[in-house]
Ligand binder design. Structure first.
Ligand code: MG
Length: 382
């Protein structure tokens, strides 16, 4: 399978919008532009990794806005920033790389697919739109000095896609001053093709653009799902709950790592999506899930939320057991779950209760977990 990684370029100063917050962190319907842009790719089934290139001085802001995403520090100029991003991928190089501007918050999946498809025949592919307005050349004192034939002109957008190795080599050899990656690829003699762009993938440059972008956003409706899971104790010296390893005088029996907490959360999300359950997605009969880290299951459920253009508003987990004590591990679980889901820890609740010595949890035969997931999903007819 083709490995595709995405670099979101968010290291610009965005001075044109004024104010103290860099443009890419301004909210669009309550979510920073750069978060919208990143979410547009994390849900894409072909994308294996999303990196966000930031300014070093924006790190605290970026960490707050982009939980769970990989950050790389960019340079003073866009070109240097992209090169640093490409070099950060070198240890685990993709076949294809997509470079996207953080100031384009609305990612059109069909357009991304056109870029990717074109890369099977070309070194590079960029989305572009025809120029609608008549184009004039301005002379002295704003007198018209001529009319330019617009039929062959195109407005370049992002994501711009390239074969990774070819783009990295082109960037390393490039002189400074390019305004986009296609220009660097063109100068290096690479074969770069234009594919049909998307009006939705507009660039936010002035305040009015934010209002325009808001009109393109889908209406989100809340969806709530619930999940429940049980695993029995077995001989062992630790349990894994809420993604955290806890020393204990017993283990938990199960095909995977038996993390009842993450299993219940996974089912809660799948329930809100109405996309089946954890057993259907990851059949316990399949050897590859033997001893598996249950973070894989939760991450896949979260990827499906992003693929539907949705967001996780809140996750709530209740662990039901007499032992081990959950309280000392609560914050670690919240941080771990938030990290897997790519949301702020403030959106994750972890609670614990006993059944007052009653029933199987009271007899310390096993652990039960129940969970609720609240999602915001684009309102659909189905
Ligand atoms: Mg289970």
């Amino acid at each position: 399978m083709t490995r595709i990684q995405v670099l979101i370029v968010a290291a610009g100063r965005g001075e044109r919008l004024g104010g103290t917050v860099p443009k890419q962190y301004l909210p669009l319907a309550g979510v920073p532009l750069v978060r919208h842009a990143a979410d547009g790719f994390t849900g894409h089934p072909g994308v294996t990794r999303v990196l966000v290139a930031i300014r070093a001085e924006d790190r605290a802001l970026a960490e707050a806005c982009l939980p769970g995403l990989e950050l790389v520090e960019g340079g003073a100029e866009r070109q240097e920033t992209v090169l640093r991003g490409l070099e950060a991928m070198e240890g685990d190089p993709p076949d294809l790389v997509l470079i996207h501007d953080a100031a384009r918050p609305l990612v059109d999946g069909a357009c991304v697919d056109r870029v990717i498809a074109a890369l099977s025949d070309h070194d590079g592919a960029i989305p572009a739109l025809p120029v609608i307005d008549t184009i004039k050349r301005a002379g002295t004192d704003e007198r018209i000095a001529g009319t330019i034939d617009r039929t062959t002109l195109r407005r370049a957008q992002t994501p711009q896609g390239f074969r990774y190795a070819a783009l990295l080599a082109a960037h390393r050899a490039a002189a400074p001053g390019a305004t986009d990656d296609a220009a660097i690829a063109e100068n290096a003699g690479l074969d770069v093709v234009l594919v049909r762009g998307s009006e939705r993938m507009m660039k936010v440059t002035v305040m009015e653009d934010l209002m325009l972008a808001e009109r393109w956003l889908p209406v989100l409706e809340p969806r709530v799902g619930s999940g429940f899971d049980v695993h029995g104790f077995c001989p062992g010296d630790h349990v894994i709950l809420g993604g955290v390893r806890i020393p204990h005088d017993q283990g938990l029996e199960g095909h995977s790592d038996a993390d009842a907490g993450l299993h219940a959360l996974t089912d809660a999300i799948l329930g809100a999506l109405a996309e089946g359950d954890i057993g259907a997605l990851f059949p316990p009969g399949e050897m590859k899930w033997r001893g598996a880290d249950s973070a894989i299951f939760l991450a896949e459920a979260c990827r499906r939320v992003a693929a539907r253009g949705g967001r996780i508003a809140h996750l709530d987990l209740t662990l039901i057991c007499e032992r081990p004590k959950i309280g000392p591990h609560r914050e670690a679980m919240r941080a771990r779950i938030a990290g897997i889901a790519g949301i702020e820890p403030g959106r994750v609740g972890v609670k614990a209760t006993t059944t007052e010595g009653l029933g199987f949890t009271g007899r310390r035969e096993g652990i039960a977990a129940q969970a609720t997931a609240t999602l915001l999903l684009p309102a659909l007819a189905s």
